[in-house]
Each structure stands twice: as C-alpha cells, then as structure tokens.
Design a protein around this ligand. Structure first.
Ligand SMILES: *[C@@H]1O[C@H](CO)[C@@H](O)[C@H](O)[C@H]1NC(C)=O
Ligand SMILES: *[C@@H]1O[C@H](CO)[C@@H](O)[C@H](O)[C@H]1NC(C)=O
Ligand SMILES: *[C@@H]1O[C@H](CO)[C@@H](O)[C@H](O)[C@H]1NC(C)=O
Ligand SMILES: *[C@@H]1O[C@H](CO)[C@@H](O)[C@H](O)[C@H]1NC(C)=O
Ligand SMILES: *[C@@H]1O[C@H](CO)[C@@H](O)[C@H](O)[C@H]1NC(C)=O
Ligand SMILES: *[C@@H]1O[C@H](CO)[C@@H](O)[C@H](O)[C@H]1NC(C)=O
Ligand SMILES: *[C@@H]1O[C@H](CO)[C@@H](O)[C@H](O)[C@H]1NC(C)=O
Ligand SMILES: *[C@@H]1O[C@H](CO)[C@@H](O)[C@H](O)[C@H]1NC(C)=O
Ligand SMILES: *[C@@H]1O[C@H](CO)[C@@H](O)[C@H](O)[C@H]1NC(C)=O
Length: 351
C-alpha cells in the first residue's frame, strides 16, 4: 500500500467514525450485556417488527445523553431477534446469547469479540430447549445458570429445570436442584442477580399456576435463591414494605450490596415507574427516593449498572409507544437517586 492510499484509508476511517451517526430505533424485549466497558445490545421488537441488529454503547469515556457514543456492529452476523438473554463467560473475549426468537432454533450463540464472528454452540442432546423471556446469570466467574422461561413452540414445555452452562467447555449440566420439592415454578420475565457470595437470586416474573389455570406474578417478599455451592434451592425472605409484584422490569446490584429494581408491568398490565431498593445485608425492601422524578414508567427495557449509573435502555412506555431513549439514574447515594444527563466514568464507586 502506498503512503497515499494509506492516507486515504485513514481519512475514510476517520470519516466513518466521525460522521456515521448510528441511532438505534426504539425497541422492547431486547437484551444487553456489559463487557469490558462496552454495553452491547441485541435485537428486540418494535411496531415495525423484529429487529436483528447488534450494537454497543461505548462507556469507557464521558458522554452526554444528547449525543450517545453508539457503534453499530450488525454487519458481524446473523442474529436473533427478541426475548433472548446475553451473558459473558470466563473469557471476556466471548459473549453468549441464550434463547430468543430465532431460526434455526439453536439455543446458544457465541460471539467472538476480537474476531467479530458468531457461532452456534451445539453441545449434545442434554441441553435446554429454546425459550424466551429468560435471564442468564454468570457465577463462579465461569458457569452460567438458565432457569424457566416462556415456550415459543407449542410442543415444547418449559419446566422448572435449572441448567448450568460451562462457558469454557461449552457443555450443559442439569442441576440436581431441579428435582427438589422447594424448586420455584418455571417463571418468565423475571430478573436475576448473582450476589457477592455467588448465590443467585430470582426476582419477580410470572408463572403458570396449574391449580388455578392462571398466570400468576411471583410475590416479592420471598425470593428463590439458588445456592451454587450446595446445588440447592433456598429462599431469601424479606422485611419492610413489599413492592408490588411485577414482570418485564429491571434489576441491578451495586457494589455496596443494594439491589435496585425499576419499572415493569403489574398485575393489571399497568406500566410501573417505581424504584425499590433491597438491602442485601438487612434483607429489607424500601421505596427508592428519586429526587428529580421525571414521570418515567417503562417495561420490557434493560438496565445495567455502569460505574455510578443504572443505565435504563429502550423498552415500552405503553403497548403502542416504544422507547428509543437511554435514561441514566445516579445510584451512588443510598438516600436519594437522581436522573442525570451526563455519564462520567469513575474509578472509585460509592462514597
Ligand atoms: C418504523 O419504520 C418507519 C419507516 O421506516 C420509521 O420512520 C419509524 O421510525 C419506525 N419505527 C420504529 C419504532 O422503529
Ligand atoms: C472467527 O475468526 C477467527 C480469526 O479469523 C477464526 O479463527 C475463526 O475460525 C472464526 N470463526 C468463525 C465461526 O468464523
Ligand atoms: C475471571 O477469570 C479470569 C481468567 O482466569 C480472570 O482474568 C479474571 O480476573 C476473573 N474475574 C474475577 C472477577 O474473578
Ligand atoms: C457437570 O458436572 C460434572 C460432574 O459433577 C462436572 O465435572 C462438570 O464440571 C459440570 N459441568 C458444568 C457445566 O457444570
Ligand atoms: C447430582 O448428583 C449426582 C449424585 O450425587 C452427582 O453424581 C452429580 O455430579 C450431581 N450433579 C451436579 C450437577 O452436581
Ligand atoms: C428523599 O430525598 C429528599 C431530597 O434529598 C429528602 O429531602 C427526603 O427526606 C428523602 N426522603 C426519604 C424518605 O429518604
Ligand atoms: C399509549 O401511548 C399513546 C401515545 O402516547 C397513546 O395515544 C395511547 O392512548 C396509549 N395507550 C395506552 C393503552 O395507554
Ligand atoms: C411516548 O411516551 C413518551 C413518554 O411518556 C412521551 O414523551 C411520548 O410523547 C410518547 N410518544 C407518542 C408518540 O405519544
Ligand atoms: C447535555 O447536552 C445538552 C444539549 O447540548 C445540554 O443542554 C446539557 O446541559 C448537557 N448536559 C450536561 C450535564 O452537560
């Protein structure tokens, strides 16, 4: 390559990065995962149909919400649409997307971040059937748990089996806790949080109650807790006021051990905009105090903790109005929470 063509190449690259303003469209039921200061998003649905895009928000540096540092990487391959769940594994050069509306109906997709290519993970016959509205959770810095979900094929029945994926070997085990009498029902549209002691907490969501032939929301005062060390189900019983039951909401864990949940749909299908805090040390719920409420009520969004911010992305304001907006809640204080427009990366979290 001549110096001149190198120069032209560099100019074009600069042009692409400076002027190609990618703005992702509104969506619900997408998935997102934070890996190495990039917040990846995949798929979802909006009024125009299913989305098969893939992009990330660069959270390595300061930005204002009016000009978001999006990067479109849809070109890297054939993706799945909505209702999936993304997690990273032991090797952060890979991310995995589980379930979702796709064709062919393979359950796991693996993305190679460095080489920007995708592969279907096919590992034996002992593996979960495809499903939507699940949340994966990484634990022990290697394994990924998959529980419940909603069946998208009439012939497939989603049971309350708990599946464990080895992110290095790419193999599945069915947890022995699956058969336990105290196993929770097969929930969907729940949130999952891996706690600091590597137990996995399942919050909210909906399940089919065979006795009443009805879909029921899980109560939030007794939360299923999977103890990965003993491979058993336990429960975390909470005190304080119990938040209204919900699904299609979001939850994050702060480094000082608070779970923060936001939004979702209540029993009457109303969209919620309330914030609740579960202090893991005291097992107590309390209502979150947003000092500058913006009236935001949203469901089927995602939320990710990045430094001091809970980044609330996309979702549905109501059934006919989807969001293309990113909201950021400063969660650095325990006594109040504030919507902010500027993201400032920090190395020190939480005073
Ligand atoms: C649907 O498509 C139309 C036409 O391309 C576009 O103007 C609109 O913004 C899209 N809506 C959403 C929610 O993406
Ligand atoms: C991904 O790219 C790497 C490096 O070019 C290559 O070794 C690997 O085979 C590729 N994988 C797929 C599935 O294309
Ligand atoms: C997870 O494992 C990788 C590879 O051994 C290591 O580099 C990383 O620090 C570990 N992360 C945590 C949170 O322990
Ligand atoms: C499955 O169980 C076997 C035997 O206990 C264990 O060696 C293996 O690491 C497990 N794999 C996963 C994915 O948990
Ligand atoms: C389940 O229990 C059996 C028998 O105790 C054991 O061999 C197996 O490794 C256990 N599986 C897991 C995933 O721990
Ligand atoms: C909520 O925050 C405001 C503003 O900081 C404060 O005045 C108020 O006392 C707080 N309320 C609760 C219940 O913490
Ligand atoms: C949803 O929002 C749209 C636009 O704001 C409004 O016209 C419609 O009535 C709302 N629908 C419901 C069910 O609240
Ligand atoms: C959708 O809802 C948002 C938030 O309530 C509102 O600002 C916006 O105007 C609504 N869109 C339409 C088309 O009504
Ligand atoms: C973000 O940008 C908008 C528009 O340029 C500006 O009004 C606002 O003050 C900025 N916010 C911050 C925190 O700088």
């Amino acid at each position: 390559m001549s110096y001149f063509s190198l120069y032209v190449f560099a100019f074009l690259l600069n042009f692409i990065f400076t002027f190609a303003d990618f703005v992702p469209p509104a969506r619900t039921d997408h998935t997102s995962v934070l890996v190495d200061k990039k917040l990846y998003f995949s798929g979802g649905d909006n009024l125009n149909g299913s989305l098969n895009d893939f992009f990330y928000l660069d959270v390595s540096q300061q930005f204002n919400i009016t000009s978001l540092p999006w990067n479109d990487i849809t070109f890297t391959g054939d993706l799945r649409s909505s209702g999936a769940s993304a997690c990273s594994g032991r090797n952060i050069n890979y991310l995995f997307i589980f379930g979702g509306r796709i064709n062919p109906k393979k359950f796991v997709l693996k993305y190679d971040i460095n080489n920007q290519n995708w592969t279907y993970v096919i590992s034996g016959r002992k593996r979960p059937t495809n499903r939507i509205y699940i949340s994966c959770s990484k634990f022990n810095n290697r394994s990924i748990a998959i529980f419940g979900g909603y069946n998208i094929e009439e012939e497939e029945v989603i049971t309350n089996d708990l599946w464990i994926f080895d992110s290095l070997e790419l193999t599945w085990n069915l947890s022995n806790a699956s058969n336990a009498l105290n196993a929770p029902p097969a929930i969907w549209s729940y949130c999952v949080i891996t706690l600091l002691d590597e137990t996995i907490l399942y919050i909210g969501g909906m399940f089919y109650d065979i006795n009443n032939d009805a879909d029921i929301l899980m109560p939030l005062n007794s939360l299923p807790l999977y103890d990965s060390t003993s491979d058993t189900w336990k429960s975390l019983d909470t005190s304080g006021p119990t938040p209204p039951s919900r699904r299609a909401f979001s939850a994050v864990l702060t480094s000082d051990n608070r779970i923060i949940i936001f939004g979702g749909l209540d029993v009457g299908f109303s969209t919620l905009g309330d914030l609740w805090i579960l202090d893991i040390a005291t097992k107590q719920w309390s209502a979150g105090n947003i000092s500058n409420p913006n009236g935001l009520a949203i469901s089927s969004h995602t939320a990710t903790l990045v430094d001091n911010y809970m980044i609330v992305a996309f979702g549905s304001y109501n059934i006919t109005n989807e969001s293309s907006t990113i909201y950021m809640l400063d969660v650095s204080r325990r006594d109040f929470y504030t919507w902010v427009t500027e993201f400032i990366p920090s190395t020190t979290n939480f005073k």
